[in-house]
Every structure is written in structure tokens, then in C-alpha cells.
Design a protein around this ligand. Structure first.
Ligand SMILES: Nc1ncnc2c1ncn2[C@@H]1O[C@H](COP(=O)(O)OP(=O)(O)OP(=O)(O)O)[C@@H](O)[C@H]1O
Length: 315
């Protein structure tokens, strides 16, 4: 594998007061990938982003970006990083165009009206360029945040909850924007509460809780490894026990014996095959059922299970 664009090792952050927001995080981000960081409220996502972007002073560990140790080359590395923060903290009286151009200047780059126009057009902000930011809707303000983060052509872009509180249309727009960035070779790390977003966009997913990375893997590999299939056979007559002929399958009775439930598989299609085999075995044993529903687990189910498992684990 080529040198990762970002390498985080043993990163720890203890806030004054003793709260450990990051607890020995190791993470490598590949150039050009879309990486989604998932975690419940307070998991440490914003702290992790803040540490890379120089907003949070870390307690321990190291961060290398573009092959450089950020402790020694912070300024040059930071210039190549864009951040779309969760909180809107800009001059509301500034016009859209000037605000975005100003952000470019902050990184020591000269004016480039053509590039600013390109960024504004790609975010459907061109018509609003002369308006004061305060006059825009919440969703439009969020687009301005993205435009400001893109104004200096970052190679690595952090999006901290880019679609929190935006409507469905804007969310789809943002996804398209992220797709375009992927095509341009920009590496994107996004945090999100919308697991649907990670499922839709990400190449790899990391799950963080209580400052610890619980899992990092290709999204498809996670789904294949941890995905489960669930099926419910609604029986015509209740059973008192799972018949011997079916004991090889992960089955149990629910609903007073009226529902035979299958929970198994591994996301590879094994679940579906076993459910078909159970259906055949039921027919052979003359056990009638009046209905069957089945569902594959989503990334959301996997995420909820993972975070549930860490409940009760001391932070
Ligand atoms: N400046 C601070 N001082 C003290 N504690 C802090 C500070 N900033 C964050 N924390 C705490 O650190 C923990 C991690 O917070 P962080 O904002 O990184 O989580 P998050 O995963 O981004 O959460 P959310 O999804 O709610 O944005 C939380 O318990 C939070 O209360």
C-alpha cells in the first residue's frame, strides 16, 4: 500500500477535568478514499478532527499527514487540509463571495476569482454570491461552510456532520458534491449520525465509542462479515419445541411457539440459502406456515450492536 495520506498513532486526548475523549486511537487513511467515522454523541469524533486540524491540543500520540509529522510541520500540512466544522462560526455580515475568497487568503494563497467561481457554482451558491451570509437559509449557510473549506483546494477534507439538520434534497446534493470530490482525487473523512450516509458514500468505515476505535474496515467487508439475516416463519399451529430435523439451523421459537425465527448467515448469502433449506425441511415435516418475512441487517444494525456491546465497558 502507498504511504497513507494520514497516519494517526496512539492518539490520546484528556480534557482539563480528566475526561478522556480519545484513548489511544490508531488510524490510517488512504489517499483518495471516502472514510466515514461513525459514533454516538460524545464518542470523540469532533475531538479527533480537531486534533488533526490543530484546534485540539493532544495529550499523547502522533499525527503524520502527507508523510510529515504534524508536530513539526503543522503549517505546511494544514495548508493541504480543509475543514467543514459542525458549528457555523463565520462573519454573518460578509458576502458569500468575499467570505469564501477570504478563506482562501487565510492559507496564504493569492486571489483566484476563477477558482472561487468554480467552487460557488459547484455548490449552487453563484446566484447568492453578493448576498450577506446572514440572509441565507440554514442549508445555504452550510453550503458556504463547504465552499470556504474548498477555497484553498485541500487534498484532505474533513466534514464534521455535514448534513446534520439539512433537508433531504440538500443532503443528496452534498452526497453528489462528495462524489465529485472523490472524482477529483480529494480524500474525504466525514463524521455522520446518518448511517445511511456512510452506507451510501463511504469506502471504509470506522466506528468510535468512548474515544476508542472499535472497528475499521472496508464497508463491504463489514457488511459481509457482520451482516446477519433474520427470518420469521409464522406457523399455522404453534410448536412446543424446534423439531429435531431443524436443529442444525440457528432457529428458535417466539410468540408462544407461533413464530419460528431464524437468525444467522454472514452477509455472504449463506442466510438466504439456509432459510430456503429450513422452508424445505418444514414442508417435508408437514409443518405449515402462513407467512414468511426476512431481512438482511444494515450497517445501522451492525453499528447499534457494536456500540451496545461496549455499554458497561468502563471508559
Ligand atoms: N473543550 C472540552 N472540554 C471538556 N470536555 C470536552 C470538550 N470538548 C469535548 N469534550 C468532551 O469530550 C467527549 C468527546 O466529545 P466530541 O465532541 O469529540 O464527541 P463527538 O463524537 O464529536 O460527539 P457529537 O456526535 O455529539 O458531536 C465528550 O464527552 C465531550 O463532552
Amino acid at each position: 500500500m502507498s504511504e497513507p495520506i494520514l497516519r494517526i498513532e496512539g492518539l490520546t486526548k484528556v480534557y482539563p477535568g480528566g475526561l478522556k475523549a480519545l484513548d489511544g486511537v490508531d488510524l490510517e487513511i488512504r489517499k483518495g478514499e471516502i472514510f466515514a467515522l461513525l459514533g454516538p454523541n460524545g464518542a470523540g469524533k469532533t475531538t479527533l478532527i480537531g486534533a488533526v486540524c490543530g484546534i485540539v491540543r493532544v495529550t499523547g500520540g502522533s499525527i503524520h499527514a502527507f508523510g510529515q509529522d504534524m508536530a513539526h510541520h503543522w503549517r505546511s500540512a494544514r495548508r493541504r487540509i480543509g475543514l467543514v466544522p459542525q458549528e457555523m462560526g463565520f462573519d454573518m455580515f460578509e458576502t458569500v463571495e468575499r467570505g469564501v475568497a477570504y478563506s482562501r487568503g487565510l492559507f496564504g494563497l493569492g486571489p483566484d476569482p476563477a477558482r472561487i467561481e468554480e467552487v460557488l457554482r459547484s455548490l449552487s451558491l453563484w446566484d447568492k454570491r453578493k448576498e450577506q451570509i446572514r440572509a441565507l437559509s440554514g442549508g445555504m449557510k452550510r453550503r458556504v461552510l463547504i465552499a470556504k473549506a474548498l477555497a484553498h483546494d485541500p487534498e484532505l477534507l474533513f466534514l464534521d456532520e455535514p448534513t446534520a439538520g439539512v433537508d433531504v434534497e440538500l443532503r443528496r446534493d452534498m452526497w453528489r458534491q462528495i462524489d465529485r470530490l472523490r472524482d477529483q482525487g480529494v480524500t474525504v473523512i466525514l463524521t455522520t449520525h446518518y448511517i445511511e450516509e456512510a452506507e451510501e458514500m463511504a469506502d471504509r468505515v470506522g466506528v468510535i465509542d468512548k474515544g476508542r476505535l472499535l472497528l475499521v474496515d472496508d464497508k463491504d467487508a463489514i457488511m459481509a462479515r457482520m451482516g446477519r439475516t433474520e427470518a420469521h416463519f409464522r406457523l399455522a399451529a404453534p410448536l412446543s419445541a424446534v423439531p429435531d430435523a431443524l436443529c442444525a439451523y440457528p432457529l428458535h421459537l417466539e410468540d408462544g411457539g407461533r413464530t419460528l425465527t431464524y437468525r444467522g448467515g454472514d452477509g455472504s448469502g449463506k442466510g438466504k440459502a439456509e432459510i430456503a433449506a429450513v422452508a424445505q425441511a418444514l414442508a417435508k415435516a408437514d409443518i405449515a406456515y402462513t407467512g414468511l418475512d426476512q431481512k438482511e441487517s444494515s450497517l445501522e444494525d451492525i453499528f447499534v450492536d457494536l456500540v451496545e456491546q461496549t455499554k458497561g465497558v468502563p471508559a
